[in-house]
Design a protein around this ligand. Sequence first.
Ligand SMILES: *Cc1c(COP(=O)(O)O)cnc(C)c1O
Length: 269
Amino acid sequence: MSEDAMQESAPEARTAELGHALEAVRRRIDRAVATAGRDSTPRLIVVTKFHPAADVRRLAGLGVQDVGENRDQEARAKAAEVEALAEAAGTGPSGLHWHFIGQLQSNKAKYVVRYAAAVHSVDRASLVTALSSAMTREQERRQDAGLPRREDLDCLIQVDLDPRPAHERPEGIGSRGGAAPDGVLTLADRIAGAEALSLRGLMAVAPLGLDPEPAFRRLRELSGAVASRHPGATWISAGMSQDLEQAVAAGATHLRIGTDVLGPRPEVG
Ligand SMILES: *Cc1c(COP(=O)(O)O)cnc(C)c1O
């Protein structure tokens, strides 16, 4: 039986499975926080890419408030489906925060601002311009339609921390995209000065196949430099299933965990 068919025939078993996995991840995070001697726990963003809207609903029922997606088309459809399911069930809006964490083409900005509260993958000036004008238009659209005001879009700069030249990198999550470290402050100034955007901090993916520790240490240094110019920009989005402990040790404020909560994906994107 396919994974989908199993989920259909055993919806409660899937909910229990997600509940156990979520608990195990939360325990890992708590242990890492204690080991690092930190007094605050990072926010858990559950990365739901490749998994169905039904799983997102289950996660929301288990207390998850933040979900992450890396492809606009999939995220857009899933966010709409989650809200439709919530409406059909009479439970009201899900209240979920959608975090966009993938490579983003500027022409998709107008879609992303409709469902995403945050974009973690801002890595170039042209994308700042596109997000700013899309978010401005979205706020105007909502006002004209008599809808509640949307907060400014939370933006994080994705930093490329891989020391290897592009052609020597293995293909995988984060192997493309990201601003060069020496361009981060300029990009930060640009986001901070852009209408309808709110500069929150930095995001990175540890270089595939290398020790994540030096990369996360560099990320923390860059974060300090950005936050000293922009006091509100203190988020550090780092840490995935494989390296959450190292990310917590390096001061991550947001963790993006997929596989260890939802199980394996059919492919990695
Ligand atoms: C998929 C993805 C994650 C989650 O990775 P896991 O190894 O499944 O926990 C985190 N960050 C980004 C940018 C991703 O694309």
